[in-house]
Write a protein that binds this ligand. Structure first.
Ligand code: PLP
Length: 370
């Protein structure tokens, strides 16, 4: 049994993949080839956002977003602590300071209430730090509460960036993720809901100037050409081959999202009595990047799953504000919700091709373990 089965998917799209990859090998434009433009158009249209700029990873997407928004020294950037480390890492790389915020106990996304308190606290400190922006994460595939977050951002004159690395394809109030805030970043790491065969990512913006800046940052801050450098940038390009892979996967993506939802419903029905199953808020959908459960008996569950050859994982065992590299950055005395989540959470196999039979085994094993 696989935690994420990429082989079944590959079998489905193999003819289309072979054709698209052969086309790249024939034209030989491995960097910024025609597949990159085609993919950017399709992704922008899919997300309902004016501009998509593909790049080398989700981490680069976040970093390029911060660079384009002008984040830098003296800026306090509010981030959830219960997320993948890249969300906070890029803030430090940009020269700004991450301020860790607790999570909402139901969706596990950044808590609006805790965010307001954190902003007030930074403002009341007589330091050089000024609140500059918010990075909200759409954890496990469900979007954060963008109405509320936009309101808070506007009240305080902050920019808002969406970390949609886990949520490409999800809906919030009828709009797709990657369309919220001043910029949105997603990842095409192989295990994400829409993944390529290596690293890849994309930034989404509605503002034309920001899109131009992002394209410049992606190639070493280029101006009229790459030997004219008008700003500090990075080498952040996506490989043409990865765009070819994504174009093939995009063809079946909507169908895969339906299958993921079917799997999630079966888990919900089979596990809700003995476990806290995921809560999806009204007017939102999840793309189920992870299917995560809460239990007081995690050790026992993980041991029983392992004994039955069922893969499982913990996302995330240590919140970022407790990590050695991040402890000294600003956060309140405790972030009780995310600390509690880190103790009780675990994730089980989730992918569109999980069979009913395998799923029943997982459900039975889990229910027998507690
Ligand atoms: C995966 C992920 C990233 C980073 O994406 P990469 O493509 O691996 O660089 C950033 N944020 C979150 C929430 C993620 O899950």
């Amino acid at each position: 049994m696989d935690f994420i089965d990429l082989k079944a998917q590959q079998q489905r799209i193999r003819p289309s993949l072979d054709k698209r990859i052969a086309r790249v090998l024939d034209h030989g434009r491995y960097i910024l080839g025609p597949e990159i433009d085609e993919l950017e158009d399709k992704l922008a249209q899919y997300a309902g956002c004016a501009h998509c700029v593909t790049c080398a990873s989700g981490t680069d997407a976040l970093l390029m977003g911060l660079m384009a928004l002008g984040a830098g020294p003296g800026d306090a950037v509010f981030v959830p602590s219960f997320t993948f480390v890249a969300t906070a890492e890029v803030v430090v790389l940009a020269g700004a300071v991450p301020v860790f915020v607790d999570s909402a106990p139901d969706t596990f996304n950044i808590s609006a209430e805790a965010l307001r308190a954190a902003i007030t606290e930074i403002l009341s400190h007589k330091t050089d730090l000024r609140p500059a922006g918010i990075i909200a994460v759409d954890l496990f595939g469900q979007s954060a509460d963008y109405d509320e977050l936009s309101r808070i951002a506007q009240e305080h004159g902050l920019w808002l960036m969406e970390d949609a690395a886990q949520s490409f394809g999800a809906n919030y109030q009828g709009k797709r993720t990657c369309s919220f805030g001043q910029a949105a970043a997603t990842s095409f790491f192989p295990a994400k809901p829409l993944g390529c065969y290596g690293d890849g990512g994309a930034v989404f913006v509605n503002d034309r100037d920001l899109a131009d800046k992002l394209r410049s940052i992606r190639v070493h801050g280029q101006g009229t050409d790459k030997y004219d450098n008008v700003r500090i940038g990075i080498n952040g390009r996506m490989d043409t081959l990865q765009a070819a892979v994504l174009l093939s996967k995009l063809e079946i993506f909507d169908e895969e999202l339906e299958l993921r939802n079917l799997v999630a419903r079966r888990y919900q029905n089979g596990l809700q009595e003995k476990f806290v199953t995921p809560f999806v808020a009204a007017n939102r959908t999840s793309v189920w990047a992870q299917y995560s459960l809460l239990t007081a008996n995690r050790e026992t569950c993980l041991r029983t799953l392992k004994d039955h050859g069922i893969p499982a994982a913990i996302y995330y065992p240590i919140p970022i504000h407790r990590q050695a590299a991040y402890r000294h950055f600003h956060h309140g005395p405790s972030l009780p919700v995310c600390e509690d989540l880190a103790e009780r959470i675990f994730s089980i196999p989730m992918h569109p091709y999980l069979s009913t039979a395998d799923q029943q085994i997982i459900i039975d094993v889990l229910n027998s373990s507690v």
